[in-house]
Ligand binder design. Sequence first.
Ligand SMILES: Cc1ncc(COP(=O)(O)O)c(C=O)c1O
Length: 488
Amino acid sequence: MNSQKETPLLSAMQRYVEAGAIPFHTPGHKQGRGIHPLLEQVLGRQALAMDVSLMSELDDLHGPHSCIKEAQDLAAALYGADHSYFVVNGTTGGIHAMILTVAGPGDKIIVPRNVHRSVIGGMILSGAQPVFMQPATDHELGLAVGITPETLEDAIRRNADAKAVLFINPTYYGVAVDIGKMIELVHSYGMAVIVDEAHGPHLRFHERLPLQALDAGADIVAQSTHKLIGAMTQCSMVHCREGRIDISKLEAMLSLVQSTSPNYLLLASLDIARMQMATEGKKLLDQAIALADWVRSQINTIPGLYCFGEEKLGNPGMVYLDPTKITVTVTALGLTGTQAEQILRYQYKIQAELSDMYNVLFLITIGDGEAEARALLAALRGLAANHGEKKDFSAIRKITETCVLPIPEGVVLPRQALLGDAKSVLFEQSVGLICAEIVTFYPPGIPLLCPGERISAEMIGYCRQLQTIGLIVSGPDDTTLTTIKVVC
Ligand SMILES: Cc1ncc(COP(=O)(O)O)c(C=O)c1O
């Protein structure tokens, strides 16, 4: 096996370019010769020369046997997997492939209700039947967090025929549960564990980070290498363990959801990101975590701002925390998170990762240093000192803390609801009809309706209440919810 210091895929690409073969192959720009100067200016000659294709010496993502296989094997060794795969359409593609591997038409998969849309996408592609678990909610933060062991056990007991359980490890905001115990329970029922670890490509490289699901016994995990470590946007990895899953089916499904012409620059970025983590991951994460600890403690000295940390651990669904996720709760300023994000962007030149009703999320990664951290803190001080508003969140808190409607009855599969005929009807006239889209309110970002579920009068009334107090709806085509799409 190659050493972790090597980058076999990148080296093969370099060898090909250095050999100077005259390219009568794709891509049509012929290593930059035919490219428009505008694109050359953006990408540079070297990158264009290395935008190569499927020559035999460059292997094949869909049947790797040489340099791609070597690069993937190094990733597997580093991540502790039996097999690792490079994915060029993000964790979205990885999640689609995982779901297609473990569940066919009508098979049940148990999933948290607050899953990323790619999970619903996987259900639509496979025809699987979701069984939803309600995640715990932190009402102070207005965020859905993890699944409790009790919720998981209840879902498994009621659905012992399910093929798999999907976990999110950790959430976008860095919150994780005791995944090891949960995986044990799922396996004891003979089900597979698949994990959306989009926000966990770095977990394995530092003891302060939550446990990587694969190390806790998960069967397949998908990680967005591009989100938090050094790969280019779109680049993810899928890792798996042998035993419970059909490896050749997983490979076939990864092949199904990916281009036959993967971009080699993207693939090389995965090879290099793996090498970087192997050779200096611990050191880089030491720095990022120390910086994030300092930023968190400084933010918590600014009147009107709160950045949650370890004091929350032990609450339902909150067992571990990725400290590099900096969630700043701005409600005490009388601002929404979205307003704060806009102010920070246009008055202080700080771009956050995202915002919601209560919070703004910032990522501290291996790419940050003290200067960036100081700029963020200066902007947050400016925000707190100069930009208070008068928004009163008490009505929102009252309703979101006290009212949790049961998950609606699933009548048809998401696949049928989305691929079949649908029509728009007035929301008030949709009682008893089957929803054909997702309706989610923020906070806390848990869908109230999913495709295939029956709409009740109670649900319509609750949505109207949420709208009246100013909650943001996301998902449906008509975001005023005057109309909703239903199955014909
Ligand atoms: C929890 C979660 N899962 C999956 C995805 C999809 O990942 P990607 O953007 O790599 O396709 C995201 C993207 O934001 C996410 O937040």
